[in-house]
Design a protein around this ligand. Structure first.
Ligand code: AVI
Length: 322
């Protein structure tokens, strides 16, 4: 019944499917070579990311969850009651639960997600747990403007939720575009609650992206396995090595795949030569100071009105308003 109800409420904006081959060919034709990190998340990549969040070195998820648990009353007070929660992405499990549990009488919940199955799974689960919150899933690419479904009960305001420091996986220009689109979604009275990983001792950050068990390395290399399967490329998985370095001046982790030897990779009729030691950029993970994050938000017409950090200033939540 819950599934039928959720399905009836689906707003399907029919997002254009990705052209993985075209994106990979464009990235491998660039200098330096790149591949888009959004392709990390096939079924195996999503499973490996879950495993990363359980590694002792990967502090982000653990600290953000603890921060939400500790500060939920204060967050709820800053946000106000009767809000329509709009999550960019398909429900981040426990974090979404904490938010819907902790807010005062939220009216509706709209996850915006490109994967229909991830979207419906999340609203089915949350719909069972939060029967007073109307589930209004939207299948769409959240990097493009989305007009929201109206809740049956009038919401006081819209709260955009974007946890996990996922914003950090976008370039500055892309992040500003995304924040602007959040600004449009929330309207003049709305707000956004965003998780950000904070600048800190590089050793702590680098350890998080080079865990001892090698889960992050497997996660990065899985991109090549996925491309081989889906677009028929012939990457030699053993021919590449994961490397994640904190670029202090740019305050970001730069993840690369390093070619172990001189080799040629083919995609259809395209051939790409790699030199021994040549790096291919596959992901950035931006870290922030208060100043850098406020400046980024300002470029999207948003100001930081509230902030919560863990006791060691490793990770923060920020509330933004127009
Ligand atoms: C999803 N995102 C916020 C993760 C991050 O920390 O940038 C992805 C990740 N990449 C390597 N480890 C985790």
């Amino acid at each position: 019944i819950a599934r039928a109800r959720a399905q009836a409420a689906l707003t399907d904006l029919r997002p254009r499917p990705d052209d993985i081959a075209a994106d990979a060919i464009a990235g491998l034709s660039a200098a330096p070579k790149t591949l888009p990190s959004k392709y990390f998340y096939d079924a195996e990549g999503s499973r490996l990311f879950e495993a990363i969040t359980r590694q002792p070195e990967y502090y982000l998820t653990r600290i953000e969850l603890a921060l939400m648990e500790a500060q939920m009353a204060s967050i709820a007070q800053a946000v106000g009651d009767g809000v329509h929660v709009v999550e960019f992405g398909s429900g981040s499990g426990r974090k979404t639960e904490l938010l819907l549990e902790g807010l005062e009488a939220p009216v509706a919940y709209t996850p915006i997600e490109i994967s229909r199955t991830a979207l419906m799974d999340s609203v089915t689960r949350l719909g069972q747990e939060f029967s007073d919150v109307q589930m209004l899933p939207v299948c769409a690419d959240f990097t493009r403007p989305v007009s929201l479904p109206r809740a049956d009960r009038q919401a006081q305001r819209t709260l955009v939720f974007f946890p996990g420091s996922t914003l950090g996986n976008f370039s500055d220009d892309e992040a500003i575009r995304l924040l602007r689109s959040m600004r449009d979604t929330m309207g003049d009275d709305g707000c956004a609650l965003i998780g950000i990983d904070l600048d800190k001792d590089p050793a702590i950050i680098e350890a998080a992206y080079n865990d001892q068990a090698g889960v992050t390395a497997a996660f990065t290399l899985n991109l090549l396995t996925r491309l081989n399967r889906e677009i028929g490329s012939d990457f030699e998985i053993d021919g590449f090595r994961h490397r994640a370095v904190y670029a202090r001046d740019r305050m970001r982790i730069e993840t690369m795949l390093v070619s172990e030897c001189a080799q040629t990779v083919r995609i259809g009729e395209h051939a790409f030569d790699f030199g021994a030691g040549e790096v291919m950029h596959v992901e950035i993970s931006q870290k922030y100071t208060d100043a850098s994050f406020s400046a980024l938000a300002a470029r999207a017409g948003l100001r930081v009105t509230h902030g919560w950090n863990d006791g060691n200033d490793r990770f923060g939540l920020r509330l933004l308003q127009p």
